[in-house]
Design a binder for this molecule. Sequence first.
Ligand code: PAF
Length: 516
Amino acid sequence: MVKEIFQTNAELKAWLIEQNSAIIFVPTMGGLHPGHQYLIRKAKDKTSKRKQIVLVSIFVNRLQFGKDEDFERYPRNIEKDAELALKAGADAVWAPNHEEIFPGGEDSHFKIQVPQILHNQLCGAERKGHFDGVATIIMRLIRIIKPKKIILGEKDWQQLIIIRKLFEELSIPIKIKSLPTQRDESGFAYSSRNSYLSNTEKLNALSLPKAIQEAKNEFEKTKVIHLKKIASKLKQNNLKIEYIKIVDAFSLKERENISGMCLLAAAVKCGETRLIDHTFLMQRKPIIAIDGPAGAGKSTITKEFSKRLGLIYLDTGAMYRAATWLIQSKSIDPNNEVEIKNILKDSKLEFKNSNIVEQRIFINNTDVTEKIRSPEVTSIVSIIAKQKFVRELLTTQQQLIGSDGGIVAEGRDIGTAVFPNADVKIFLTASSKERAKRRSLDLHKRGYTYSSIEDLEKEIQKRDKDDSQREIAPLKRANDAIDLFTDGMNIENVLEELTDIFRSKIPEEVWPTPNL
Ligand code: PAF
């Protein structure tokens, strides 16, 4: 493909129409460095079947600079930037002038106001209106380009959080892919503003990533962060601290105690140059909760997803099924709660794994992995699973398994009752028709018979009702869960969606996985 450089919107649009491809958009202000080049290199989806083009924009957006900031001296060299972008794999570079983006001037157009609660944290506290300017330009750019996906660096974490929120609130159907901060061999994060630093300043500036990394290493051992210690290291190196804080990575609110994913973030002035850096802090490995009604494909999806993430797969449904199988094998009335309690309290339920994903489930040393999938177990599992004692017993066991994190758990009340603090909560569902179809294929594959798809659908609807209406731990979508409605999607499509959701909550720096 011929690589192109465009200045006017008209030229760009004409070319885009010709391409008839999915556009992956990497917005920049120029001053390209290896961090940008990394975004460009990683922009394309490896699995996509549709033709994709990577478009890089270069536009120094006055709206995101305060009046005493460096708008005038911001590095501008379009030829050099375009060359670096194209070298990194961009298919085209778009470097519009101001009039192309704001015809008639900035005041002729809508501007975005970022919610104060997000704007006034971290960088936005000092840089009044900065993120309003960022949000406004992003809206102007995507309006012209209409990309399928936009690529943003995690170096500007606050910017990323704000743009995610913007797209979510305005229902903008553009995916956001974020990529980790890139650093040189000394650990210094690439930034266009690094070009302002003299050699001596660079040496001082290096104490920023160093102090943050040392604090993180100490945190891994002691679970404590000493902000004062970091501050004193920075001051010793002539850095003027604007802020150094621990905040919740998503609300950006300051945190005394570290829970969930937090950000240790700092901004300093090194001479005249403003620098930012951060690291993520977590007390445990990630927990992913996948809830949803029967037949939504949770098991297949969760199993494969945990394999890709290298996390332990916890099938809580299998635990209820194993308990049900035991009750059934002893011919106990499924409504006899007293007897069920007597049997279960002395039973031993275990997962034994040949590896973290391929687990087999044992109850009282009997391998019931296949047996628990029989239609007989299916028909009464929700009667057993709604009993208070059974619920409490198994919830405690599940919480024990997940106490250090590092699991993907599937069930019906994982995000609400078992792991309300899960880092990623998904509500995986599909219409009852679609689920009946999938169940019929599954039963057929495993050699079971069934009367008709219509009956299976009725069974599924009844099960949904029983599960949602039961008093103890009903099937319930957690308020903070993300819905994934899978009608018409194949397994690979669902896994791709899950990966995007996962990465929006757990960045690669926190959980690097070669398989995603
Ligand atoms: O991160 C940047 O380079 C800029 O803030 C962006 C996203 C290109 C908007 O001008």
